[in-house]
Ligand binder design. Sequence first.
Ligand SMILES: Nc1ncnc2c1ncn2[C@@H]1O[C@H](COP(=O)(O)OP(=O)(O)O)[C@@H](O)[C@H]1O
Ligand SMILES: [Mg+2]
Length: 478
Amino acid sequence: MSINNNQEKLMTILARCKKDVPYFVEKMMGVKPTFQQKEILDMYLIHSRLVIVSGHGIGKSSALSWLIIHALLFTKEITVPCSAPTSAAIRDILFREVRKWVEKMPIYLKKQIEVTTKYIRWVDETGNPSANRTVLPKTAKVGQAQALAGMHSDVVLTLIDEASAVEPAIFEVLEGTLTGKNSRIILIGNPTVRAGYFYEASRDKTGLWKKLHFSSEDSPNVDMKWIREMEDKYGRESNIFKVRVLGEFPASGENTFMNAINLDSAYDREQEVHEGFQGKKLAGFDPARFGNDASALVIRSGFSIDYITQWRNKDLMESVGLIKQAYLEQAFEVIFIDVVGLGAGVYDRLKEIGIPCVAVNVSESTSSKEKYVRLRDELWDLGKIAFDEKRMSVNNKSISRKKFSELADELGVVRYDYQNGKLKIESKADLKKRGVQSPNLADAFLMTFANDLGISSVVQKAKAIPLHRGNGRGHILG
Ligand SMILES: Nc1ncnc2c1ncn2[C@@H]1O[C@H](COP(=O)(O)OP(=O)(O)O)[C@@H](O)[C@H]1O
Ligand SMILES: [Mg+2]
């Protein structure tokens, strides 16, 4: 009798799970969706087209992973094409979340979901997989996007994570999958780009799309400390705060030097683009001592950013110690130091202990005097070109998206001007005036482009030596 009772109870619970996704998540995975996630899960059953524009960390990818699991368990025939800017993003973020939550379910549900790196699918009680209940990762790589077109399932649930950064080509093909009466689509993302399919969907006035908007400030899933840091660093009015925290599309017409789209997309650029390219491993350092400023160290191998770190409240000798540690652990070939001000001491000491280093004086004029006011402006321009020409990528195995966005946001906030026809990048003093903290990571990163200008110092003496002009391009100590 009691077995039957239990059976019956379970059937009742499962019947409710089918209709009530937040209940399913809480009951079967033991996690309480935030009110924002609950809204996503509820709306999904009501609206066939959902566009969700949101700040960082509110639990977007987890909400999608819950929908995936729910869809596979409770829909008889369903295909779930899912996409994100790259296949790695799908595997490492979305599939990982699915795996994480599947593990938390009771065994009789867990064994119904099979997660591999290539697909996620439903398997029946006898362990047979079903070809009619699968999740297929789709990226806009040539050929793959086309494959989206030929899907014939009763129900198609298309999920797009980080939709702002997904290639336009994929959306063209997706339109074709939305014709069936049981087709659903969810676009979700951080609104980095004021253009494209995601942006247009979020501005839809025809009622085709149900729109949700979430600020990180309202999410119990987001650390308030991070929000305060972003506010202190960029100000509430900045585009960066708007996009990352408030989940609002950037205001147009801001006179920033670097292109936000090109900066952001570097993270998602597949690393194989650079396969076979053996770039030198270069480090850049921007020094600080005590107070608000941080010392920053960035390393790139060729055009791949490998390592990003910063520290506060260390004296210069402690900073030298940390650079030495990075030298031993990361094995960079040479480090470029900004020697205007504090950096000279760091440079002298590094030279003394035998770490290959180059002094860069960003306030000197450049080889291209007709184009740039100072070397600093030329370094910023070289950095911009590397992103604009889509050469820059990020080692996203070792650097999180959040970490990279610290660098990208600093690069993206700085404005520019022309002075007698020459490029002039906004000074730190001017940044400070409009409430933006010193872009230390950006400066450290740009230091490495001194290499591309052929700036290299010939180390001779370990004494502090006044800077003088070098080969006309560089700023050589020696
Ligand atoms: N309701 C929740 N309760 C506890 N942890 C959660 C919840 N939602 C998400 N998480 C966890 O918080 C982290 C960030 O969530 P994620 O979905 O990656 O955020 P987003 O995609 O919005 O940046 C992940 O580790 C995720 O598993
Ligand atoms: Mg996410």
